[in-house]
Write a protein that binds this ligand. Structure first.
Ligand code: ADP
Length: 185
């Protein structure tokens, strides 16, 4: 029951929005490494201080730091009924770190959110206007999309080889997309 479902997709694809809803409907923990890192930045922890400029520039926080943060998070009681990972893994070493704990926390499914680049840029710029997130700027978005293609997209093959990938068209009505995803649970 400590299964993990991974939400994988480019920035702006709506992973966070959908993860929140799915987690509350199916009683799962919602683990967003982006949210956790932003909290560290806000609280001025050592990790937050190390991560701040990387986040703003749209670059990834080093694997060892994020892996340690995630593993610690999985030890909380709310993960006993299963968790959605939103924003982790983002690199091959991160995916391999999950392999090492797979007897306790197996990755049951990987939901891949698909959307084209123009749509993503449009959405993130719009989000930036309301969220005030300091990384929702044009320069940072460009870097994040490049990082996604280079470091994260290869994970789709990694999980496809295991036969656990479901691809979702992430462009369209939020409720329709939600229905598509909930069929996977
Ligand atoms: P988005 O998917 O819109 O880029 P997130 O909130 O998931 O937003 O992530 C924001 C930032 O947090 C990333 O650009 C990156 O700097 C950092 N981050 C989040 N998750 C990870 C991760 N698993 N590994 C490294 N850095 C991460």
């Amino acid at each position: 029951m400590t299964d993990l479902v991974v939400f994988l997709g480019p920035p702006g694809a709506g992973k966070g929005t959908q993860a929140l809803r799915i987690a509350s409907e199916f009683n799962l923990a919602h683990i967003s490494t982006g949210d956790m890192l932003r909290e560290h930045v806000k609280e001025l922890t050592d990790l937050g201080k190390a991560a701040k400029s990387l986040l703003d520039e749209g670059k990834l926080v080093p694997d060892d730091l994020v892996i340690q943060m995630l593993i610690e998070r999985l030890s909380y009681e709310d993960c006993l009924g299963g968790s959605i990972l939103d924003g982790f893994p983002r690199t091959l070493p991160q995916a391999e770190s999950l392999e090492r704990i797979s007897n306790k926390f197996p990755v049951r499914k990987v939901v891949v959110f698909e959307a084209d680049k123009d749509e993503l840029i449009k959405r993130i710029l719009l989000r930036g206007e309301v969220s005030g997130r300091s990384d929702d700027t044009e320069d940072s978005i460009r870097v994040r999309l490049e990082v996604y293609q280079k470091d994260t997209e290869p994970l789709i093959n990694f999980y496809e080889d295991k036969g656990i990938v479901s691809k979702i068209n992430a462009v369209g009505d939020i409720d329709e997309i939600y229905k598509l995803i909930s069929k996977e649970f």
